[in-house]
Structure formats: C-alpha cells, structure tokens
Design a protein around this ligand. Sequence first.
Ligand code: FES
Length: 313
Amino acid sequence: MDEKTILIATNDEPFGEYLYHQLSDPGWTISRASVLSDLLRKVREGDVDVLLLDSNNIEGIPCYDLIALLKKSNSRLPIIALSEDSSLETSKRVRHEGIFFLAMKPVDPEEIRTAVGDALKMIRQQEQRRNRKMAKIIELRPAAEFDLSPVKEICKEHEGARGDLLIVLQKIQSIFGYVPKPTIEIVSQSLGVSTSEIFGVLTFYNRFHLSPRGKHTVRICRGTACHFKGASSIIDSAKSHLALKPGKETTNDNLFSMEEVACLGACGIAPVMTVDEETFGHLTPALAMEAIARYQAAEEVAAAEAVQEKKAA
Ligand code: FES
C-alpha cells in the first residue's frame, strides 16, 4: 500500500518514454497504457493511484471523452491532464470533468512531479480520513464474542512478516466470513503493521468484508458493457431499495449483502446482476428490484411458516 502507482496514458510512445524516465522515483511505480482496454481495466481494478492522461486519441477516441467514464470507474482517481490546447474552453471543459491538474505541453517535468506529489498527498489524507471513519462505522463487538484462538494461531505463523498481511486477512475472513474488528489489533501487533494501514487494505480490496455478510449476496456489475447500458441507475436503485449506504453493505435484517463488481462474465446480456447463483440480464432498475423483491417475499413466507411451526409445536 505504500508504493503508489502512476499510470501514463498516451499513444505517443516517445512522449510516454520521456515521462516514464522523468517521473522515476523510489516510492512510485510508473506504468503505461496505450490501449483503451488496458487503461480502462487498470483504472477499474484500482491498479492506479494517479493518472497522467495525454490529450491525444487512444484508438480513435479523444482522451478527454474518457474522463467521465474513468471517473465513473474510480471517482477518487486524481487525473492530471496533459494538453497542447491552452484555450479557455478546453481548460473549462477538463476542469468541469473533475481533473486534478491541467498541464500544458511541452510539459515541465518538475511541474508534473509536483502535481503528482500533491495528488498523492491528497490521497493519503483521504485514506486517513476514510480509515478513521471506517473504524467508527464498523460494528464494535466485544472480543469475548469471538473465539480468537484460531486468529492467534494464524498470526503466530506469520509473526513479523509484514508482507503476509493479505494472506493473514484472507485466512481470518475464511473463518468468520468477514474480518471482525477485534482481530485487527491482533494482526497489527503480530505482523507489525499499523491498524490504520490494515483498515486501508481492508477498504481498498473489494474482496474483504468488514461486517457480517447477509444470507443472500446481490452482485451488480459496473463493468464497461454494463456501465454503458445503465448499470449505475440499477446500483443506485438497489442501494436505496435495500437502504444501504457507503460503509454499509448488508441490510439491517442481515438478509442481503450487496457488492459492485467489475465484470460478471455475461457482457452479452448487460446490464447484469446476480443474486446468489441466479443471473439476471438485460436489466432495468425496475426488473432488478422485482428480482430482489422476489427473494424478500420468499424470506417473509419462510419466516411466517417458521412462526406457525413454532406455535404448533
Ligand atoms: S461488463 Fe457487466 S457482465 Fe461484463
């Protein structure tokens, strides 16, 4: 988590090469993308901390036309736009799209380095704020409610191995179905990683959960094909239908957990959602809510039957 990745997106090979060398820094991994699918995948999968976006075309698509889509995939991604066009209109347009910094070409490497440094500083501040917030949101269950001995065993195996953090968290999640808060302190002391760093990892990777999972898992795809066919309105409707909000992925009755995923492998029937093992395609917000409502109705019937059985016993 300490090393940050700077992605240079340009189809101008010599320019990309020049930036690559100018930006080399021990704390930064510099990566490059000259193909659209590569750029979108890296941004969507969170492999980028700061994006340098050249103003030229990538596969015939003007880069600035991609800003909204890139922001949709990762709204917090700082984008540094590199432009030859110093017109007020371009400046207004890219700023309106929410870019972090606009640098004029030919670029001044020092200016770019400073802008990248500022963007990383902003990210660190956001991470610290988010981690503090998450620590408050996550349900605080007393340690006594958990049998922590298997966690201690796991931590003993990896004692002092900071690099094993992901493996250790994965093992803990396989025991509880999520990573309970009381285990974080144990991991921190054993591996020598600060608790805020652990919260950072847990909130960065989608595969980790910080609260118990619901009985049913709703996965809604926000990949490129689904995005272009209205995935975001389905996600918004499902969140509001299930009364979920940032930091709260599971309904109060513990029946549903919702996840946004990169691709469900069924792009041909986009937009797509799954509920447990069932796949729903060609969705609209109304059809998605109807599918979820069917599961809710089935749960209500099951609960009513259980009450009846209890009375009859
Ligand atoms: S992009 Fe949604 S299923 Fe592939």
